[in-house]
Ligand binder design. Structure first.
Ligand code: AQP
Length: 332
């Protein structure tokens, strides 16, 4: 059976982009794949994060997975730092990864910005740890949003580099799965920037825990232009904010962009935004409510993570041992 690995960093507020670009697709893929869903807490350390907040957000992301429909009995849910094979494999892979490959990563350039010389080594090397996360389970498919495609392709290149260096077909080459009508959800305030946990403006995103009032307010304030919605997809694509909102509506309503546009072509934004708020509340409302219920019982969440970590380690450790043998690391 094909195996999926994917994860989310427990940093800041989980948002609609994380849901539509990742979690929702994971839920749908469960029947077809053996699934491993990780809360990638080691990646969160690439940003300066308060320890108590990191613990709380790790539980919150776990609650989001379960509330959205990941079944912790069927799929494996765990936090990355509980399985040390990730960091051990990351070191071995980093010794095979040319700096030139990492220099091409656009996310590092965006996140480091003008402070490049001050950026941490972890932020730079993070795609290698991500490669270890994926290939350390011999995962074949990685469902992610569009923004992570480059990192999955790097994981594929690193898996290939290992296979070539040691002259065997050891790691499968993982493929990104980028699914749905909202693979890159943009900020509600700026159609050229992606919706992000770390955006300082709360109005830029719909959080997975937003209540109906917050959703309605943020959708009402979402940036648009004065023209009514256009008739064609081509005309829509020339208007980034409108295009983003129609994509979100389509994904939340399980219809194509074209079908969504047909419903609202020629109508003004106030009508469209009302419909968008309604569908967003109907999808996010129950998930947020269930997340709050789960988070009220951290003991249960921790038990899910512990059980998941045992199952994850049972897959990752034998693979790491084989890697150690292949690379000549003596295990006396
Ligand atoms: N705006 C988005 N549209 C679609 N998918 C998205 N994802 C993130 N933002 C969008 C997908 O969510 C998964 C988890 O991402 P991550 O936690 O590893 O970090 P990220 O990609 O850097 O996402 P954020 O939310 O923007 O976090 P910060 O602000 O910390 O950088 C991935 O599958 C990602 O593609």
């Amino acid at each position: 059976m094909n195996r999926i690995f994917s994860g989310i960093q427990p940093t800041g507020n989980l948002h609609l982009g994380n849901y539509l670009g990742a979690i929702r697709n994971w839920v749908a893929l469960q029947p077809e794949y053996e699934c491993i869903f990780c809360v990638v807490d080691l990646h969160a350390l690439t940003q300066s994060v308060d320890p108590a907040e990191l613990r709380a957000t790790t539980r919150e992301v776990t609650a989001a997975y379960i509330a959205a429909g990941i079944d912790p009995e069927r799929s494996i849910i765990f936090n990355q730092s509980m399985v040390t094979a990730h960091s051990e494999l990351a070191w071995i892979l980093s010794c095979l990864t040319p700096l030139g490959w990492l220099n091409r990563m656009t996310q590092f350039k965006e996140k480091a910005g003008k402070q490049r010389e001050m950026a941490g080594l972890g932020l730079y090397a993070y795609p290698v740890l991500m490669a270890a996360d994926i290939i350390g389970y011999k995962a074949t498919h990685v469902p992610v949003g569009e923004d992570q495609k480059q990192h999955v392709e790097l994981a594929r290149d690193i898996a290939g580099a290992f296979n070539r260096r040691y002259e065997r077909d050891f790691f499968p080459l993982p493929e990104p799965l980028i699914l749905g009508e909202a693979t890159r959800v943009m900020s509600l305030r700026d159609g050229t920037k992606k919706m992000s946990k770390s955006d300082s403006s709360d109005y830029s995103r719909l959080n997975m825990t937003d209540d109906a009032d917050a959703v309605a307010l943020k959708v009402r304030r979402a940036k648009t232009d004065p023209e009514p919605l256009p008739e064609t997809l081509e005309a829509l694509e020339a208007r980034p904010e409108a295009d983003n909102l129609v994509g979100i509506y389509a994904a939340l309503s399980d219809v194509s962009r074209e079908q969504a546009l047909r419903r609202f072509a020629g109508k003004n934004f106030s009508t469209f935004k009302e419909a968008l708020s309604e569908v967003a509340v109907s999808v996010l409302g129950p998930i947020g409510k269930e997340m709050r219920r789960l988070m009220a019982d951290p003991g249960h969440i921790d038990a899910v993570l512990r059980h998941g970590a045992e199952r994850a380690a049972a897959i990752a450790i034998p693979i790491l041992r084989e890697v150690q043998d292949i690379t000549g690391l003596l295990r006396p």
